[in-house]
Design a protein around this ligand. Structure first.
Ligand code: BGC
Length: 516
């Protein structure tokens, strides 16, 4: 693929008229909700699996013996617990990598059908486990499917959504993740002492993935993917199901024009992802950084370890309830994003979220430092600060990175680029999950040192959004090329800045030719 060197067009570029905002067809909402079940199963695992380690029946089947009342776990048990937790994330990051290829090969709908099936197989293995080995294989398989789904759900929702509600629809993914976490953490409490409780914690989401598997058969395929794979007649049949007639025709035309141009440029190769055409290298950098930063907020250091952190202040019983409360805050605060995302825009949400996260992580660090004596009252102050932190994450850095990655890439590279960003998310998730318990150790950084690091990361990500990330709100997926072109042209930051029209892609070239 070659870049074309052009001079700026002489006539002013006409401003594209914003498409009329029409009512959203119910099929779009239903499809987005069904796809969001993929987030629910992901969240259920995050919220439910950790709690099984203290369930007596589970410990017996795994051959771990009763929960130690003093001193730590036996090193073999700690190792196996680490393995059980990590294999899910390892599976997810392995599943994220081929997800772009699968979504392009099978289609978004069949991709989701396949991964929900694979997930169900994983949960059957986990729920029927008789040994750590069986459980671990189930976790890897289920994780693999979640890695696939965490990319494909956003992709499918964003391609089906009209631009004026795209943010809201993709936020459904985060809403379902947080609902899954909340639900599983509540359910864990009454089933804790039953014989079969842990099997529900690992396998309950298999019922949800099975529902998703069947329901996806009745959902429409993405017309963008249909056009991309030369199924124009099928795209024309699907479009009226999800758009009003005139709107659908306009969209198909836009997709067609974009495809003709990108076909003239040749097939989408992996190496083009880091090239300068369509600002692709820069856009991939944005996708990877936003996912990296999402994890560097430290959210999973709370999601995975809140009960252990809080038990040193509150005792184990109160800590478990405090954990449920935090997960509830995480779920309910996601609604704030739903209300704001398509009005306030992505940048405003990420910037305010980043500022608040910097503040609250710094407060947790301060209050848990040796400057304050450990008392129950201090424990409650820390829980409150953690709740504020979780709420801020839930309305901002929780959903927006998933939305951003589903919308900033050109159609042709979207699958591949999203799989790399999702991979970045899961690999950082794995590192945080492994490193946090080590950092929390009083002999290493302790809680306050760990949160001081998260606070610095949050401050850096605030600055990064301010200088490096353009606003995508209200733009069609096809308009995103000029969003990046204009943003870089007007930026004052040297490595972001790129002269407009100096070296632009064949696509922009043909646009300019039409306009002049
Ligand atoms: C993140 C997960 C996190 C969850 C918490 C998601 O957006 O990707 O790593 O556990 O939010 O709500």
């Amino acid at each position: 693929m070659k870049d074309v060197t052009l001079t700026k067009p002489e006539k002013p570029v006409p401003v594209k008229k914003a498409p009329e905002v029409t009512a959203v067809k119910p099929r779009v909402i239903i499809a987005a909700l069904v796809a969001a079940l993929g987030g629910l199963v992901f969240g259920w695992d995050v919220g439910g699996s950790g709690g099984t380690f203290v369930m007596p029946a589970f410990r017996e089947v795994m051959g771990w013996g009763p929960l130690p009342t003093s001193g730590g776990e036996d090193p073999r048990v700690s190792y196996e617990q680490g393995l059980i937790t990590a294999l899910f994330s390892v599976g997810a990051l392995c599943g994220a990598l081929p997800s772009g290829f699968l979504a392009d090969k099978l289609g978004r709908r069949r991709g989701l059908i396949t991964s929900s099936f694979v997930f169900t197989v994983g949960t059957i293995l986990m729920a029927s486990a008789q040994s750590t080995t069986q459980l671990c294989s189930g976790r890897y398989i289920a994780g693999f499917a979640v890695g696939n789904m965490s990319m494909m759900v956003g992709l499918y929702q964003s391609e089906l959504a009209p631009e004026h509600i795209r943010g809201t629809l993709v936020t459904l993914l985060q809403l379902s993740i947080t609902f899954g976490i909340f639900l599983a953490s509540i359910i864990n409490v009454p089933i804790m002492d039953t014989e079969w409780g842990w099997r529900l914690s690992y396998g309950g989401n298999g019922i949800i993935s099975l529902i998703m598997f069947f329901a996806m058969f009745f959902m429409p395929e993405s017309p963008r993917w249909l056009m991309q794979t030369k199924q124009e007649e099928e795209a024309k049949r699907v479009m009226p199901l999800i758009r009003e007639v005139s709107e659908g025709e306009r969209e198909l035309l836009e997709i067609k024009q974009e495809l003709e141009i990108s076909e003239a440029e040749g097939v989408a190769a992996w190496k083009d992802l880091v090239g300068s055409n369509l600002n692709m290298g820069y856009r991939l950098f944005c996708g990877m950084m936003i996912m990296l930063f999402q994890q560097l907020t430290g959210i999973n250091a709370i999601m995975y370890f809140a009960p252990s952190i809080l038990s040193s202040f509150l005792g184990s019983h109160a800590a478990m309830w405090a954990n449920v409360a935090l997960m509830g805050v995480n779920f309910f605060a996601t609604f704030i994003c739903i209300g704001l995302i398509d009005r306030a825009g992505r940048r405003a949400i990420l910037l305010t979220g980043g500022a608040f996260l910097t503040l609250f992580t710094a407060c947790v660090s301060l209050m848990s430092s040796p400057l304050f004596v450990e008392t129950e009252a201090l424990g409650y102050i820390i829980v409150t600060l953690c709740a504020c932190y979780v709420a801020c994450f839930a309305y901002s850095w929780g959903p927006v990175p998933w939305i951003a990655c589903a919308e900033i890439f050109p159609n042709k590279y979207r699958g591949k680029a999203m799989s790399i960003s999702t991979f970045t998310n899961w690999s950082t998730n794995l590192v945080i999950a492994q490193v946090s318990p080590i950092l929390y150790n009083p002999a290493v950084l302790n809680l306050y040192g760990t949160f001081a690091i998260f606070s610095c990361c949050c401050a850096i990500m605030f600055a990064w959004v301010y200088f490096c990330l353009p606003e995508a709100n209200g733009k069609t997926l096809e308009e995103m090329d000029s969003v990046f072109e204009d943003f870089r042209a007007s930026s004052k930051v040297p490595f972001v800045h790129r002269e407009k029209g100096e070296k632009i892609s064949a696509k922009s070239a043909s646009k300019h030719q039409c306009q002049v």
